[in-house]
Design a protein around this ligand. Structure first.
Ligand code: ADP
Ligand code: MG
Length: 286
């Protein structure tokens, strides 16, 4: 079994009126299966309301299945006894860094998690240093968080999670509130956590450009997994992605249009560099 396993997951939000009568039911996650291995970098894509956040909240026991089962490191999230273990194994980073940072000073904020876990003081400082270095924020350790940019704050919240030494980190649209520079900083930091620290990453986003480095991509629609595969397999299906209301990266789109016109360009171009190489090759053939 992988570090995260989701089997036949269904989750229903139940709306009630003031008297407590059921007004309606939204099936936010509808029969989802996932099996994520330790060390994987997995992305979950999908337009607004497709069920991404609801799914994510099952991965560290914020929500429990209506039907089906979720295991984190082999532990069933429904079992309350494991709550602490599960939260420590699978750390969560949310959209808005302002709601996640509580310390007055960066290094103090990052230390809160391990402190609450009862980690000895000397080790807390070692973890704070290591975590801030991992996200490229060590030089800001004495700063007040409200002096930082959005991307810097989000990297501090990520450091706060990794200071708890999770095996897995789940990021729910961590770049949604950031400018392009902040988005790049955060994605670079997340990639390093996976590459260097070997932390399992589950990145939820609706920016297609952010998923090209993942091992596997899941695309959600109406609570279901509509597509899954490697980034290249996913990006080869331009028309399908449009149906799922996702914006395909410009370079992928351009390559796709040229290919449709008969240019010998492979499907699923992901980066400008790949596109340039493919163009070079195709020109040689013409
Ligand atoms: P995403 O993160 O992909 O935007 P969500 O998981 O937030 O999707 O939402 C999935 C569906 O569940 C949507 O139809 C949304 O309106 C509904 N939903 C989300 N949160 C709640 C809630 N707290 N109560 C009732 N319905 C909700
Ligand atoms: Mg969401």
């Amino acid at each position: 079994m992988g570090i995260i396993k989701v089997k036949d997951l269904i989750f229903e939000y139940i709306r009630r009126d003031e008297e407590g009568n059921v007004e309606g039911i939204t099936t936010a996650v509808d029969d989802v299966n996932l099996d994520i291995n330790q060390g994987d970098f997995v992305s979950i894509l999908g337009h607004n309301g497709s069920g991404k956040s609801t799914l994510a909240k099952h991965l560290n026991a914020i929500l429990y299945p209506t039907e089906g089962t979720v295991w984190v490191d082999g532990k069933d999230t429904k079992n309350d006894e494991y709550l602490w273990d599960i939260r420590q194994t699978a750390g969560m980073v949310f959209q808005n860094p302002d709601n996640q940072i509580i310390g007055q000073v960066v290094e103090e904020d990052v230390g809160f998690g391990p402190e609450n876990m009862g980690v000895p003081t000397a080790e807390i400082w070692a973890r704070v240093e290591e975590s801030l270095k991992a996200v490229g924020m060590y030089e800001f350790r004495k700063y007040s968080p409200n002096k930082l940019s959005g991307g810097q704050k989000q990297r501090v919240s990520i450091a706060g999670v990794i200071a708890m030494h999770p095996k897995c980190i789940i990021l729910d649209e961590p770049t949604a509130m950031l400018d392009p520079k902040g988005r790049r900083e955060v994605i670079r930091a997340v990639r390093a956590l996976n590459d260097v620290e070997k932390i399992t990453v589950i990145l939820i986003t609706h920016y297609m450009e952010e998923v090209i480095y993942s091992d596997r991509v899941y695309v959600m629609d109406k609570g279901k997994v509509a597509l899954q595969g490697t980034p290249r397999e996913i990006f080869s299906q331009v028309e399908r992605l449009r149906e799922l209301r996702l914006d395909v990266p410009q370079v992928t789109l351009l390559a796709h249009e040229l290919r449709k016109e008969g240019f010998p360009i492979p499907a699923g171009i992901l980066t400008k560099e790949e596109f340039a190489d493919a163009l070079d090759e195709s020109i040689k053939e013409i």
